[in-house]
Write a protein that binds this ligand. Structure first.
Ligand SMILES: [Zn+2]
Length: 46
């Protein structure tokens, strides 16, 4: 299933690729989105 980055609109092949993109880009907007996503879904990236 294709995923689109909610921050910059980049197309990724699947959700794993989308998370790699979010984790690797180290951009303030992406970090903020990831933080709120993790809080909302109770995900702890350690
Ligand atoms: Zn992005």
């Amino acid at each position: 299933m294709a995923c689109t980055c909610p921050v910059c609109g980049k197309q990724t092949a699947h959700v794993g690729t989308l998370f790699s993109h979010l984790l690797n880009i180290h951009d303030r907007g992406h970090e903020k989105w990831l933080e709120s996503y993790c809080v909302k879904n109770s995900i702890n990236f350690g």
